[in-house]
Write a protein that binds this ligand. Structure first.
Ligand code: NAP
Length: 204
């Protein structure tokens, strides 16, 4: 009898990836007994039109460096290679086809995504393909999130699991600001990623 595999899809812009993301993926893997987690950097995020996002190849390479030493972590080029704007529904559909029916997908992302999820393209299909894991930072206002989760459950029967993550108090925005201002980013992200940022003169 074939055992259902549980696969986490770790979606994010990862601009840059940091220890908060890595801790989140590892927490999801252990709490939800996932067989593996596939980091999937976004290509052209539709919700970031008008913001400057670092070219996808840099974000992909930094993510690859960061996950290198965890045998349960993989990376996918799916979103960065797909032309046009990046919609999660297309990604989940492709993973569903690629990995087969014996796989249960978990989409892991920041809790803010849940608050906005009703604006996503084909959201009903997004949630039919996966169980959603919403990572929260310490001090995150849980009332709003819990309210949204109950609404999604009541109205659509959707499953969203909030997950409190220790160490998630690191943010890509803060790291970019620190680099720009010449402040230290040591211990916020893997050394290999810090070196990549320096060598490629990112976020200056
Ligand atoms: P974002 O809006 O940049 O991030 C919102 C918050 O969540 C930030 O605080 C961010 O922290 C955090 N976060 C993002 N990804 C995370 C992760 N995997 N684990 C823990 N925290 C995370 O979010 P984004 O990164 O652009 O998008 C998140 C995912 O949702 C992506 O896969 C994106 O493609 C998908 N999405 C899809 C649609 C759609 O299909 N229409 C719309 C919006 C988002 P940091 O800044 O420190 O990362």
């Amino acid at each position: 009898m074939s055992k259902i595999k549980k696969v986490g899809i770790m979606g994010g812009t990862f601009d840059p990836i940091h220890f908060g993301h890595l801790v989140t993926a590892e927490a999801a893997r252990t709490q939800f007994q996932l067989d593996k987690v596939i980091f999937t950097p976004t290509g052209k995020p539709p919700h970031k039109k008008g913001y400057s996002v670092t070219p996808a190849e840099h974000r992909y390479l930094m993510t690859m460096l960061a996950i290198n030493d965890n045998p349960f972590f993989e990376i996918s080029r799916m979103e960065i290679d797909r032309p046009g704007l990046t919609y999660t529904v297309d990604t989940l559909e492709s993973f569903y086809k690629e990995l087969g029916e014996d796989v249960k997908l978990f989409f892991i992302s920041g809790a803010d995504a849940v608050l906005d999820i009703l604006t996503w393209k084909d959201v009903d299909r997004v949630l039919s393909y996966c169980t959603f894991i919403a990572a929260t930072r310490p001090g995150y206002p849980m009332d709003k999130l819990n309210e949204k989760i109950s609404e999604l459950k009541r109205m659509y029967g959707w499953e969203v699991y909030p997950m409190k993550v220790t160490g998630m108090d690191i943010s890509s925005t803060d790291i970019r600001r620190r680099v720009r201002e010449g402040l230290s980013v040591r211990y916020l992200l893997p050394k290999s990623v810090e070196t990549y940022i320096q060598k490629n003169n990112l976020y200056r």
